[in-house]
Design a protein around this ligand. Structure first.
Ligand code: VGL
Ligand code: ZN
Length: 199
């Protein structure tokens, strides 16, 4: 049974000083570096939005960050502009090792749809290709870490469980945005999906 470490969105914009800073987002870097060095398969993900992305509040007249709107694929939280392709904010945090990564998967690059999950975009059907990559490498179990626990880690973990992977989320190596109870809701949803929540 091959295990893969999936490191979600440890990027400058999700760390203190970034556009969508997650409290303590940079504190997890050391623990993740150590995990990478002892993992057989390592995948990093990178939130990678074009300018004017539809998940940005600035792209919708009269909307402010953290409002919600109805998109053709369902409800979407609107965010501050973040992780714009080629900017400093989109770069992987400089403390995070990238040499141990076998693959860096970018997501959220389609202008009209967001992608929290590393497996499917927010319509929950458009695949990113990660499922095929992991299966063809013989991976059957996953350890997820990174940012943010209640959004991209949560969506990725639930999708991975639905796809049949044995999934653990290592919470000590995650930090959350915690928007209107989103952290408790995420933990409950991951638990119901069969994701193992580890401290
Ligand atoms: C994320 C909100 C918007 C995340 C990405 O990485 O959790 N959250 N884009
Ligand atoms: Zn994003």
């Amino acid at each position: 049974m091959t295990n893969a470490l999936i490191v979600i969105d440890v990027q400058n914009d999700f760390c203190p000083g970034g556009a969508l800073a997650v409290a303590g987002g940079d504190e997890i870097v050391g623990e993740i570096n150590a995990l990478m060095l002892s993992s057989e398969v390592v995948v990093l993900t990178q939130d990678w939005h074009p300018k004017g992305h539809s998940s940005f509040a600035s792209s919708h007249k009269g909307k402010v960050p953290f409002d919600e709107i109805e998109m053709p694929y369902g409800r979407q939280t609107l965010w501050p502009d973040h992780c714009i392709q080629g900017t400093k904010g989109a770069k992987i945090h400089k403390g995070l090792l990238t040499e141990p990564a076998d693959m860096i998967l970018r997501k959220g690059f389609r202008p009209r749809i967001d992608s929290y999950s590393a497996f499917f975009e927010n319509d929950r059907t458009t695949p990113t290709g990660l499922d095929g990559y992991l299966r063809t490498r013989g991976v059957s179990s996953l350890t997820l870490v990174g940012l943010a626990l209640d959004f991209c880690v949560n969506y990725s973990a639930q999708d991975a469980a639905k796809l049949g992977f044995d999934v653990a989320v290592l919470q000590s190596a995650c930090r959350a945005i915690d928007l209107n109870g989103s952290l408790d809701a995420a933990r409950a949803a991951m638990g119901a999906a069969g994701v193992k929540l580890k401290d």
